[in-house]
Design a protein around this ligand. Structure first.
Ligand code: GDP
Length: 434
């Protein structure tokens, strides 16, 4: 999938454009209230093309001076993106800061599309010719707040996408990655898994610059670890920034069947953990929560239950994810991890028989009457599985408006319980049937 980055000095409207370009998609994905975070990365679509979009403005590097921040942001864009949208403010003319950014972009050999933002009405288009002087060809007048001109801009952007060969993935192999804030033990866990006696490890040729892929074989099952943590350790200056490592992790998530969300038993749950876990949830991948450094905790017969309750309270939207407690350091309980990954992956790809599915729904309807709105009662007519990875179900109803959020959750849970979808999100899509 191609990557597009939005670059520009502060206040030119990067986030507004970002939200415009991904807005629709987010409203579809965001089906669970309470999952909020600042986004720097999302999937966007234009006509038949989907691509990943980065708002480099969201990448903050400590309290560095503005100019340093901008340079880092541009570097990241040049590094990561296939096409760069260079955004300027059409109401302020070209500023010294714009010229600084432009200088950095000249050095890249990535295609650059110049967007002149805040052109909110047609008369203002007369004034954009001065932006030719930046040297990036035709300036595209747009208005983020009014949603104008974005089509032409995107035509240009998409036109620069490289012809990419799709990654050929072996369907039988389970791809997984590890995410978590710095020092939760990602590298340690990868090393522990690779050193386990019962696995056979082989290197994979042609690994991308984003991650190191390693092949594992255990109990007749092939796995690939997509390891970004190891890359991070190689360390360039800007790779130490939190959000940049998140960005790396997000690319790994995209290629994964299963994502391990690592938490640190020693330090407990932090705000940053929730943000990172939210990204994994949004991507619709299977998830296993791993509590690492379990060796540092004095345990009795209640400790695990208490810790689990705490995790569940903080990560309500991950209620489907199993929790594995282990120590990468002592390898205690490490053997429980690969089976949990395997189970989550199988459930992620599972198809259920339509007749059994409809029996389950019938039982659910009998147990809990459907909601009514303005005298109209929801009628559920027929349910069918339309997708895997994650499993998706279309529910045909008399009127989708009548499907209250809480009732949808109820049906979801019934399906989940009946078929044991441990480790995977499932999605319900109410549709009207006349
Ligand atoms: P990463 O940044 O997530 O890749 O974390 P590292 O793997 O570099 O680990 C960070 C620190 O935690 C290192 O000092 C590790 O030795 C330590 N560590 C990792 N796993 C464990 C564990 O299971 N138990 C203990 N006690 N320490 C651990």
């Amino acid at each position: 999938k191609s990557v597009v980055a939005i670059v520009g000095r502060p206040n030119v409207g990067k986030s507004t454009i970002f939200n415009r370009l991904v807005g629709e998609r987010i409203s579809i994905v965001e089906d669970i209230p309470g999952v909020t975070r600042d986004r720097i990365y999302a999937q966007a679509e234009w006509l038949t093309t989907t691509f990943s979009l980065i708002d480099t403005g969201g990448i903050e590097i400590g309290d560095e001076p503005l100019l340093v921040q901008m340079r880092h942001q541009a570097e990241i864009a040049i590094d990561e993106a296939d096409v760069i949208i260079f955004l300027v403010n059409g109401r302020e003319g070209i500023t010294a800061a714009d010229e600084e950014v432009a200088k950095l972009l000249y050095k890249s050999n990535k295609p650059i599309v110049l967007g002149v933002n805040k052109i909110d009405n047609p008369e203002m288009r007369e004034n954009i010719y001065e932006y030719y002087s930046l040297g990036f060809g035709e300036p595209f007048p747009i208005s983020g707040s009014h949603g104008l001109g974005l089509g032409d801009l995107l035509d240009e952007v998409v036109g620069h996408f490289p012809e990419k060969e799709e990654e050929t993935k072996d369907e039988e192999t389970i791809y997984f990655s590890l995410i978590g804030r710095p020092n939760v033990g990602k590298s340690s866990l990868v090393n522990a898994m690779l050193n386990e006696e019962r696995v056979i490890v082989s290197e994979i040729e042609g690994t991308t610059r984003d991650a190191i892929d390693t092949h594992l074989h255990r109990d007749h099952q092939d796995f690939v670890i997509i390891d970004t943590a190891g890359m991070r350790k190689r360390g360039k200056v800007y790779e130490t920034t939190e959000k940049y490592s998140v960005l790396r992790a997000l690319k790994a998530i995209e290629r994964s069947d299963v994502v391990l969300v690592l938490l640190d038993a020693e330090t407990g749950i932090r705000e940053q953990d929730k943000k990172i876990a939210g990204y994994a949830h949004d991507a619709g991948r299977a998830i296993v929560i791993v509590i690492n450094k379990w060796d540092t905790i004095e345990t009795d017969d209640k400790t695990m239950k208490e810790f689990e309750a705490n995790v569940r309270a903080h990560f309500q939207y991950l209620d489907y994810a199993p929790i594995v407690f282990l120590s990468a350091k002592t390898k205690k309980r490490l053997h429980t991890l690969l089976p949990a990954i395997k189970l989550a992956s199988e459930n992620h790809a599972k198809r259920v028989p339509t007749n059994v599915l409809n029996d389950v729904i019938m039982d659910a309807l009998a147990m809990n009457p459907t909601p009514t709105m303005k005298g109209q009662r929801l009628k559920v007519l027929y349910t069918t599985q339309v997708a895997v990875k994650p499993p998706g179900f279309v529910v045909f109803v008399n009127d989708p408006e009548l499907m209250h959020f809480s009732y949808q959750r109820f049906l979801e849970n019934k399906i989940r319980d009946a078929f044991g979808f441990v480790g995977t999100p499932i999605k319900l899509f109410p549709r009207r049937r006349q």
